[in-house]
Unconditional design. Structure first.
Length: 170
């Protein structure tokens, strides 16, 4: 039975079984080209721009020739069995005029794309995936974590039977 659990620790260094399981680190990016606050800073420290195609920031900035579009994902292979998923689901930046820049429709599209990716990996290789990440979409993007958690549970935990582990720093 698959579960959604919470762990205190570093979301850029998730615990992934060494049985070939592919780890996916999910996080939300914005559609404006901004990469300079929140969880993305930890990603850039761990996998800096100089790594080119292995850097989530590099792929975000240069991996979308037609621009950054809400509802799209970029899957960045950062380690042999670890993939960072840049999910573009934030429209604008949080402000008094835009208190919740998270676009839930775009987030659902992204999580459905993650679901397809998991099914594809399993059908091609027989290898399982484990989804990890911070409480994406609920801090700078202003989303309601309880809603995001329900989406994860319905789409990934219940539907494709994948374990989801969410990391918090404290």
């Amino acid at each position: 039975m698959s579960t959604l659990t919470y762990t205190v620790g570093d979301a850029t260094d998730p615990t992934i079984p060494d049985d070939g399981t592919v780890g996916l680190i999910l996080h939300v990016t914005n559609a404006q080209g901004g990469w300079g606050a929140g969880f993305v800073l930890a990603l850039s420290r761990r996998w800096p721009m100089r790594l080119k195609e292995r850097s989530p920031e590099y792929v975000y900035r240069f991996g979308a020739p037609d621009g950054i579009t809400l509802g799209t994902c970029k899957f960045v292979q950062v380690e042999p069995n670890l993939v960072v998923v840049n999910m573009c689901a934030q429209n604008g930046f949080r402000s008094a005029e835009n208190p919740v820049p998270l676009d839930y429709k775009a987030l659902i599209q992204c999580i459905l794309r993650v679901q397809e990716y998991i099914r594809d990996v399993y059908s091609r290789t027989g290898v399982a995936c484990k989804v990890t990440g911070p409480k994406f979409g609920s801090d700078l993007a202003g989303g309601d974590w309880s809603l995001i958690e329900k989406i994860l549970d319905r789409v990934l935990v219940s539907n494709v039977c994948v374990d989801v582990e969410i990391y918090t720093l404290t």
